[in-house]
Design a binder for this molecule. Structure first.
Ligand code: KG4
Ligand code: ZN
Length: 339
């Protein structure tokens, strides 16, 4: 079976083709021009997707050595994401499937991330504990099989990636914040400043807004404002903030493993923030301690990519789940998606 997947939920236009579980192409065009605005400008994002989508579909077919008539399924991200951006990929996908008279599968972006570990050679084994850390979501999940996901915890305010992006802005490191914080943190001392880690009543939930405020207060107290932070103070700030995020994430993963160790066969960290080396290292150490398999996607599958959408669509299709052409785009996570 050959699936073409399309992803346009934010600032990456991506097209991928998977044939019988084999990845034939995964093209990702990142909209780097948002850097000068300090964040993604939705209208510009939609326009750039419109320009890129058709050439990327053609290039992906060329790279896979296929004609469009050889496709069996077309899939596209339906949400969550920027509504105008989503509509570009979703409508292109629907039109392509209609013109080829083949099934269309709409895919939830977060489900794409959750199963992205399966794009690796060494795959997660069900049931697995999954930490989703992206720009818009922070979720701790028990993934029982292809169709059953139990939500253990989520963020009650900011997502982990959002915190990275906002704190990077405060420190004056620019956008996108995650990679910038990591680069500065590499030269800083993670124990230089003790930032708070939220203690919530709910066992597996996360909160990052207090941490964000603590960084702001520290900057105000020590330097007056962001523009006055000396260059040589930035690495310690970045490293200490990153350390607090790592601790917040690992605390909950440890708690969940204490409870579910007997049944859990793997631990997987996914989403854009899973590219962070300190996070990969600390969650991997937890898994190693308990002799549980650890799976983190390689970098091209951590950030937004269509390979995870094509993979998820293939699984949905195999389970008899296809969409009709009235499938809608949606901007945020539907409440009833997880058990
Ligand atoms: O999954 P993703 O590409 O898009 C969403 O679905 O949101 O995640 C993007 C997020 C951004 O907040 C970005 O700053 C963060 O992932 N990110 C990182 C790193 N690389 C990307 N955060 C921390 N460390 C990184 N190395
Ligand atoms: Zn994403």
């Amino acid at each position: 079976m050959t699936v073409l997947g399309i992803e346009t939920s934010c600032d990456e236009t991506s097209v991928s083709i998977i044939k019988d579980d084999k990845l034939l192409s995964n093209l990702i065009s990142s909209q780097d021009f948002h850097v000068k605005y300090g964040g993604v400008v939705p209208e510009l994002s939609s326009r750039a997707h419109l320009q890129m989508i058709e050439p990327l579909v053609k290039q992906s077919l060329d790279e896979a050595g296929l004609k469009k008539e050889e496709l069996d399924v077309v899939a596209a991200t339906a949400g969550p994401g920027l509504i105008g951006a989503l509509l570009v990929g979703l409508n292109f996908g629907k039109a392509l499937s209609y013109s080829l008279n083949i099934p269309f599968v709409s895919v939830n972006h977060i489900e794409g991330h959750i199963f992205s570990g399966f794009l690796m050679e060494d795959k997660p084994e069900f049931p697995y504990l999954c930490l989703v850390v992206s720009g818009g979501h922070t979720l701790l999940l028990l993934v029982e099989d292809d169709l059953h996901i139990k939500k253990l915890g989520t963020t009650i305010d900011d997502a982990a990636g959002e915190a990275f992006d906002k704190v990077a802005k405060m420190i004056g490191l620019g956008y996108p914040g995650g990679p910038k914080i990591q680069a500065y943190a590499d030269n800083g001392n993670p124990d230089a400043i003790k930032f708070p880690i939220a203690q919530l009543k709910t066992k597996y939930d996360f909160s990052f807004s207090g941490l964000k405020t603590a960084v702001l207060r520290h900057i105000q107290k020590e330097f007056g404002d962001s523009s006055k932070i000396p260059e040589d103070a930035k690495p310690d700030l970045a490293a200490s903030f990153q350390e607090a995020v790592v601790k917040a994430l690992t605390n909950n993963v440890k708690k969940a493993i204490d409870k579910y160790e007997v049944e859990v066969h793997s631990i997987s960290v996914v989403g854009g923030v899973a590219a962070n080396q300190a996070i990969r290292k600390s969650i991997s150490a937890i898994a190693q301690n308990r002799s549980i398999k650890f799976v983190v996607p390689e970098f091209q599958f951590c950030g937004d990519n269509a390979a995870m959408i094509a993979y998820r669509a293939q699984k949905l299709y195999e389970n008899g789940i296809i969409s009709d052409l009235s499938a809608n785009a949606y901007p945020s996570l539907p409440k009833d998606i997880f058990i």
